[in-house]
Design a protein around this ligand. Sequence first.
Ligand code: FES
Length: 129
Amino acid sequence: MSGVALDVERVVCRETELAAQGVRAFTIGGGDWPLRGFVVRAGGELRGYVNRCPHAGHPLNLLPDRFLTPDGALILCTSHGAVFEKLTGYCVAGPCAGASLTPVPLEVRSGYVLVADAVDIAALAAAES
Ligand code: FES
């Protein structure tokens, strides 16, 4: 058992739980408006985003943990085809080109991916609902 305390309310997943393509959905927080997001591996880094397309507000995925273009290079909104950079969340093509996904700052501690301490999870969830 490690001596590092983890705030379990903020745990997204274990690093090892990221699928082969390095992307995974998460839901954090309770009540009617939990924070729904996803974590994606981008090169050697991890990025988190709210699971909401800036175009029409839909969740990006229809199937669990399916957030990427077939080649895995970009984030894809399944509804109408917007594509986003993994590292920045910037929309490079599609109906909301030039807009960006809302970032969810993450931390990695003791092999766990967590929403960063500085993030007000309830406020971020409410802003996106
Ligand atoms: S809702 Fe995502 S591209 Fe339209």
